[in-house]
Design a protein around this ligand. Structure first.
Ligand code: ADE
Length: 216
């Protein structure tokens, strides 16, 4: 899957793309990343990308033209890619949306807003608007990283076989991974639950099934 990111801060992605699972996916040729600098599509000699909002108000908005030109540039490289806009106004992003993107998207183009927002008309060129939660972060870059990570790990072959099967079970409803422990058996007086060192596979499975609930 080709993943293209349109951003004013391409350097933010370099560490993320060159580490751990996302790097592994690229080495396995299951994912390919490219960074598109929105500034390259700005207006005039200063490559202006933002302007003041009609109707007044604080801050600057990303102008529609640089955003659309950057999307068109990305589409040229991957015409069937889905365009994703991280925004606090979007649909809440959950494992369900991650699954749908991993299964259905031919490629991804992530458009990262900055400043106080963007000209709403750009949404005509966008397939999905997602919010990563009911809070606000500074710009779309970190939400884009969350979305990319959650999708790439679902591409068949990126994680080991056993692990991917395991993930399937967490896809269902509100269940999450059960708590796990490794050596030592006692740490500063804190003991590993007895059942886990009992060697009884069925009891261990039951304990794990009963502990797949979200922490408070
Ligand atoms: N941009 C700022 N906050 C965001 C959020 N919670 N989700 C997606 N994009 C955002």
């Amino acid at each position: 899957m080709q993943i293209q990111v349109i951003t004013l801060f391409p350097e933010m992605f370099k560490g993320v793309f060159s580490s751990s699972m996302l790097l592994k996916a690229e080495k396995l040729k299951l994912a390919r990343y490219s960074l598109i600098d929105l500034r390259d599509f700005g207006k005039g000699p200063r490559h202006q990308v933002d302007d003041t909002p009609y109707g007044g108000g604080d801050g600057m908005l990303l102008m529609v033209d640089p955003l659309v030109k950057a999307i068109e540039h990305a589409k040229k490289a991957d015409p069937e890619a889905s365009v994703v806009l991280p925004t606090p106004r979007g649909e809440i992003y959950t494992q369900y949306q991650a699954n749908s993107l991993a299964e259905q998207a031919k490629g991804l183009i992530l458009l990262c807003p900055r400043y106080e927002g963007y000209d709403e008309r750009v949404t005509k060129w966008v397939d999905y608007q997602f919010s990563i939660g009911r809070y606000v972060v500074t710009g779309g870059e970190i939400p884009a990283m969350v979305i990319i990570d959650s999708v790439v790990r679902l591409i068949p072959g990126v994680l080991g076989g056993a692990k991917s099967a395991e993930i399937e079970s967490y896809q269902d409803g509100d269940k999450v991974e059960f708590p796990q422990y490794t050596r030592p058996e006692v740490y500063r007086g804190l003991k590993v639950p007895k059942v886990l060192i009992s060697g009884h596979h069925q009891e261990i499975a039951n304990w794990r099934a009963g502990n797949m609930l979200r922490g408070k």
